[in-house]
Design a protein around this ligand. Sequence first.
Ligand code: 13P
Length: 251
Amino acid sequence: MRDKIVAGNWKMHKNAEETEDLLNDLINKLPSDAAVHIIVAPTFVNLASAVQHLEYTNINVAAQNMHQAESGAFTGEISAGMLTSIGVTSVILGHSERRAYFNETSELLKNKVDTALKNELVVIFCFGEELKDRQEGTHFELIEKQLKESLFHLEEKDWASIILAYEPVWAIGTGETASPEQAQEMHAFIRKTVEDKFGAGVSNHVAILYGGSVKPDNAQEIFSKPDVDGGLIGGAALKADDFVAIVQAAM
Ligand code: 13P
């Protein structure tokens, strides 16, 4: 049995005060004994305060991005070592918004994954097809390519620190969710792809989250599918009640 994971990607939302308010709400409302791993990913500037705020809770803090170099003349960037030095335990890499708006390629993401793992960060690796890929029937091919290009160089042991997050681009922030059957079909394909390369020991243990318009009213059905191990939540992670309801749906 794999543990369920619910992660909130706050994207570029919530200033310092709003971050504190939302965290307080989550601390008060989330079940402290939830058999679900809970992760929140506020913006860079609020990570340190979030870690401090959540110190005695079961909520972990992730960054939304990081640079692939250990350090150097990269104005405006943040390294993996900086994240771990403030207590951040995981990092989201490969989000479709980073791929689309910041030109993050599979090759670059491969480097970022390596740097993150070297620094003992857990990687929440996002990937997913666009609507045109699905309409053209090339979505499975594309997903396999995204996995191969950024993750297939890893060693078996590295997979203990990898969480996969399938996020079909057409479902992100659109209100349109993949049906539970579409999610299950793709998650099973992803697990099989990982199994073919790394064996059942890895594929049976790796968590595969679904992301894309998960809301309190659709979470339970999506999470009930055998290969869906939880969710990566955008919009609904910004409201405590919605996020708590989604965590409860995963219990
Ligand atoms: P929404 O839940 O707002 O569709 O966003 C999903 C997402 O991009 C999480 O990373």
